[in-house]
Write a protein that binds this ligand. Structure first.
Ligand code: HEC
Length: 130
């Protein structure tokens, strides 16, 4: 009897999983939100958006350009797209901008949503700043 009950519960749980799917999260670009986050979480300590080199590279003319990075010890050229910018925040150690190998970009405990807004902001200033 106890065994039958647990089988029943298992089936009920499995059935529950196949139920309604969560709606996909839709990201609506909002560079202004990104700018506020950029300023409040401290990106400006290391990055300018004017072209000035600080501890890290300036971020106002990177989008859609080729950047030389070091990945696993290999030098590679990559075109900066949305994914690249996203990755630079999610996984700063994955690739390092050439010339900045010795400088460390910290992994800031950002949510996926905050990162998406930051990317919106960076792409926005790149498109309106050259
Ligand atoms: C403590 C300094 C520091 C802080 C704070 C920091 N970064 Fe960085 N960042 C760096 C350094 C150094 C590099 C270059 C080395 C590397 O590629 O990891 C870099 C690289 C990047 C790149 C790649 C740039 C390129 O030319 O390809 C992006 C994009 C970036 N950071 C965005 C951000 C954003 C957005 C924030 C805030 C959430 C931030 N960083 C906070 C130091 C920092």
């Amino acid at each position: 009897m106890v065994k039958n009950l647990s089988v029943f519960i298992l089936i009920a749980l499995l059935a529950g999983c196949g139920g309604k799917k969560k709606p996909e999260l839709m990201h609506v670009a909002d560079p202004e939100k990104g700018e506020a986050i950029f300023k409040s979480v401290g990106c400006t300590a290391c990055h300018s958006v004017s072209g000035e080199k600080k501890y890290g590279p300036p971020l106002n003319s990177i989008f859609d350009k080729e950047v030389v990075v070091i990945r696993n010890g290999n030098t590679e050229k990559v075109r900066v797209d949305r994914e690249y910018i996203l990755r630079s925040m999610k996984d700063p150690e994955f690739e390092k901008v050439s010339g900045f190998q010795k400088s460390k970009m910290p992994s800031l405990n950002l949510s996926r949503e905050e990162i998406e807004y930051l990317v919106d902001y960076i792409i926005f200033i790149n498109k309106n700043n050259h």
